[in-house]
Design a protein. Structure first.
Ligand SMILES: Cc1cc2nc3c(=O)[nH]c(=O)nc-3n(C[C@H](O)[C@H](O)[C@H](O)COP(=O)(O)OP(=O)(O)OC[C@H]3O[C@@H](n4cnc5c(N)ncnc54)[C@H](O)[C@@H]3O)c2cc1C
Ligand SMILES: *[C@@H]1O[C@H](CO)[C@@H](O)[C@H](O)[C@H]1NC(C)=O
Ligand SMILES: *[C@@H]1O[C@H](CO)[C@@H](O)[C@H](O)[C@H]1NC(C)=O
Ligand SMILES: *[C@@H]1O[C@H](CO)[C@@H](O)[C@H](O)[C@H]1NC(C)=O
Ligand SMILES: *[C@@H]1O[C@H](CO)[C@@H](O)[C@H](O)[C@H]1NC(C)=O
Ligand SMILES: *[C@@H]1O[C@H](CO)[C@@H](O)[C@H](O)[C@H]1NC(C)=O
Ligand SMILES: *[C@@H]1O[C@H](CO)[C@@H](O)[C@H](O)[C@H]1NC(C)=O
Ligand SMILES: *[C@@H]1O[C@H](CO)[C@@H](O)[C@H](O)[C@H]1NC(C)=O
Ligand SMILES: CC(=O)N[C@H]1CO[C@H](CO)[C@@H](O)[C@@H]1O
Length: 641
């Protein structure tokens, strides 16, 4: 059975009835990808040479309280007596068909030792800020400050004088998965050996949630299948075009496939983010959100491997509780998603607007911020019309500031429609005496807009800043009674004057009858009109104490002011502060968190999956951390109660 395509519906039903509890045995499945047909069987476990390393866990329908688990205080760490021996790792490798990789940091070629290689080092140094290089590597992630700043390219301008090359917070071993079976084996092995498990797709998470010291990493990057379904009917009879996407598919790859089929899919700006991985799991914002909703809203069905190792289909009828949680409740929490099926839409024209303004001879700081406020006043009107804005505010010298619209994006609007929408705002800027030079462009499709607007990959890999974010609701942009426009503007101005960089989005998640939007996306997204990312900088090679001090300021001064003007609102878990206070409320919503936590206990009772500030992570800690500068580099233990 393993490795062969499942041909008949009855064979499929037989497998399903074997794998899942009867309440969901009737779940229809999309045709699986070839790599999903290669599933782990009891007979394969029996003939593995050591079944005790690979057996399945208990069924989630068995109440947790009636199950007996050993709950070791800490995950087994390299050097511990219980850390698997080389023989055991070799056995795992053989069972995986040779897919096990002993990890090496990308820049190990720059350091004396067995990996030294001057040409490779030069390549790594030159390409360090290119996400594509990190995505192609089984070990690397894009935010080096959270792996412990070890083994960075020493001649890179940002990392001069780096002298150490240890594994730091990177995983110990990685499985380059090409089959569902391999993921099941890795999950069962980690659960039964108590080795920390991480799920690693592209490594874009702002807090490096895809790595972890002393872990076994499931690297989903090679699961690249894309299948266009011109007419896909979901559980409730909604019909239309859709895509089934493998776990390793990147944004740009989906956009290209959509363009080739004359449709549009919902995805973010960054070319290399994994759509089926952290993006959908976290909620997923998009220039399309103001027309079609969040990325997570687009999901029609998912195929998932649970913490007990079982492979299941999840949709409105099958595991509806997980269907809710996996769409917005965060990655690396309830299992490994192997593929998602998402809704697609007809192609749309898009008109964009770009411009910038700064302080100058005729523009005081007060006038500059009045210009920013003029924009905020139109946030509601602009998103009501389906448009979206992506912009930047920062200080460019003492008392000098820059605002850049890069760009505003009028989805499904022609140039005349879009121009008349934004003209009142542009008139306000003119009335304030702010000079600017608006550039309108019209494109025939989402993809054409995308490559025309953001022609380059976004730079990553820096170790000189740290970000937090806030989802501001409508009242923050209203100037009438009950409105908080002035307070919001003051809180924005305070941080910019104090050296912050803000990347802002004017975005509203649309209500969309063509999909199921009853999911775990942070309720703060549903109310938001503004999503602002705030980052604090620090010098290259800053000591831990300086990073901790700057990070503390970000959390307890800058963000505190933003929280104060938006009480009860939230933050985006995929682009969030590693130190976010009361993260359960902020990243997940006070009304959703208890349900998410209960599902965590139901499906992952042994705590196999962990990620920083993921659901259930409050029960765990990584040892030996500097306050306000936590990393993934340390032993993962249950908190002492
Ligand atoms: C430059 C840049 C631009 C960005 N732009 C946007 C944007 O426009 N819109 C937006 O919404 N977000 C954006 N993000 C944030 C991005 O969506 C998140 O970082 C997202 O989590 C990345 O997912 P990934 O799978 O690519 O990355 P990873 O870092 O590999 O994974 C992120 C998390 O998801 C888990 N995970 C990954 N795959 C799976 C899987 N198959 N099953 C279970 N868990 C999994 C990982 O364990 C980890 O916890 C951006 C980030 C960066 C760095
Ligand atoms: C796993 O096996 C493959 C193929 O034999 C080999 O190339 C690889 O180095 C092995 N991995 C480890 C960690 O030993
Ligand atoms: C690197 O070390 C040299 C010599 O000690 C020092 O002058 C320089 O400032 C250091 N660079 C950084 C970025 O720390
Ligand atoms: C997409 O639309 C164009 C123009 O309408 C048409 O020529 C082309 O055949 C279409 N392609 C597909 C894959 O439907
Ligand atoms: C969305 O799916 C859930 C089950 O997952 C279901 O209870 C709910 O009725 C669905 N909502 C809509 C609008 O279809
Ligand atoms: C500033 O305003 C004066 C008077 O209106 C005008 O002559 C000058 O060109 C303006 N300078 C800039 C940089 O816009
Ligand atoms: C775009 O606008 C057309 C009509 O103007 C409408 O039928 C279509 O649904 C819109 N598309 C989206 C994705 O909103
Ligand atoms: C908000 O600020 C503007 C400009 O400074 C001012 O005219 C207005 O009165 C303020 N509104 C409130 C409600 O304080
Ligand atoms: C993958 C990638 O971006 N490679 C680049 C690495 O750096 C060299 C030299 O700058 C470029 O030529 C490659 O294209």
């Amino acid at each position: 059975m393993v490795g062969t395509k499942i041909q008949s519906a009855s064979a499929l039903a037989a497998i399903l009835s074997f794998f899942v509890d009867q309440s969901t045995a009737a779940c229809p499945s999309n045709p699986w990808f070839a790599y999903e047909n290669a599933q782990l069987t009891e007979s394969a476990i029996a003939s593995s040479g050591n079944p005790d390393l690979f057996r399945f866990g208990a069924d989630p329908s068995v109440a947790s309280s009636s199950r007996l688990f050993t709950r070791p205080q800490c995950k087994t760490y390299p050097g511990d007596p219980l850390w698997p021996s080389n023989t055991v790792w070799s056995l795992l490798n053989v069972t995986l068909g040779g897919a096990l990789i002993k990890t090496t940091p990308l820049a190990a070629s720059c350091y004396q030792g067995p990996n030294y290689n001057a040409a490779q080092c030069q390549y790594v140094t030159e390409n360090w800020s290119n996400p594509r290089m990190h995505v192609e590597d089984p070990t690397s992630a894009m935010f080096p400050i959270f792996q412990g700043r070890t083994c960075l390219p020493p001649t890179h301008p940002s990392f001069q004088n780096n002298t150490a090359c240890t594994l730091g917070g990177y995983a110990s071993y990685s499985v380059a998965v090409m089959q569902v079976k391999q993921i099941q084996l890795a999950i069962n092995f980690a659960r039964l050996t108590n080795v920390r498990l991480v799920v690693h797709n592209t490594g874009h998470d702002f807090a490096d949630k895809s790595i972890g010291a002393g872990s076994l990493s499931i690297w989903t990057h090679k699961l690249k299948d894309i299948s266009f379904l011109p007419s896909y009917t979901d559980c409730r009879g909604r019909s239309g075009p859709a895509f089934k996407l493998g776990a390793g598919v990147e944004t740009e790859e989906v956009y290209k496939a959509a363009e080739a089929n004359n449709v549009t899919v919902v995805g973010g700006e960054c070319r290399t983010v994994g759509i089926a991985g952290g993006y959908i799991a976290g909620g997923g914002h998009s220039p399309m959100s103001t027309l079609a909703g969040m990325g997570a809203d687009q999901v029609l069905s998912m195929d998932v491997i649970l913490p007990n190792g079982r492979f299941v289909t999840v949709n409105e009828d099958c595991y509806p509780d997980l269907f809710w949680a996996l769409r917005g409740g965060g990655g690396s929490t309830y299992g490994v998603v192997t593929s998602v099926t998402v809704r697609a839409y007809p192609q749309i024209p898009v008109t964009t607007l770009s411009f910038a303004f700064t302080t100058g001879p005729n523009v005081t700081a007060d006038t500059f911020f009045a210009g920013v406020g003029a924009y905020f006043k139109y946030f509601d009107t602009i998103t009501q019309a389906g448009a979206f804005g992506y912009w930047l505010v920062l200080s460019i010298g003492p008392g000098q500031y820059l605002f850049s619209m890069m760009p505003m994006w009028g989805g499904n609007l022609t140039t005349p429609q879009f121009t008349s929408l934004v003209q009142p705002f542009l008139d306000d800027l003119t009335d304030l005496g702010i000079p600017f030079d608006p550039v309108f462009r019209e494109y025939p499709s989402f993809y054409q807009t995308y490559i025309g607007t953001w022609p380059n990959v976004e730079a990553v890999g820096g170790a000189d800043n740290h970000a937090a974010s806030r989802l501001f609701p409508k009242e923050n942009f209203e100037s009438g009674p009950g409105g908080k426009l002035n307070e919001t503007l003051a809180a924005v101005r305070y941080v910019v004057e104090d050296g912050a960089v803000i990347i802002g989005y004017n975005i509203k998640a649309a209500t969309n009858p063509f999909v199921n939007q009853t999911n775990a996306v942070n309720p703060a997204w549903r109310k938001a009109l503004g999503f602002f990312i705030l980052s604090v900088g620090f010098p290259p090679n800053a000591p831990d104490s300086v990073i901790a001090e700057r990070s503390e300021k970000l959390t307890n001064d800058w963000m505190a002011r933003w929280r104060q003007v938006s009480p009860g609102a939230g933050s985006y878990l995929s682009e969030g502060d590693i130190n976010e206070p009361d993260f359960q409320q902020s990243f997940y919503g006070a009304e959703f968190y208890p349900r998410l936590k209960k599902l965590k206990e139901k499906y992952d009772p042994t705590g196999l999956f962990y990620a920083h500030k993921a659901v259930g992570s409050e029960d765990w800690e990584i040892q030996g951390q500097v306050p306000y500068f936590p990393t993934q580099n340390g032993r993962l233990c249950r908190k002492q109660t």
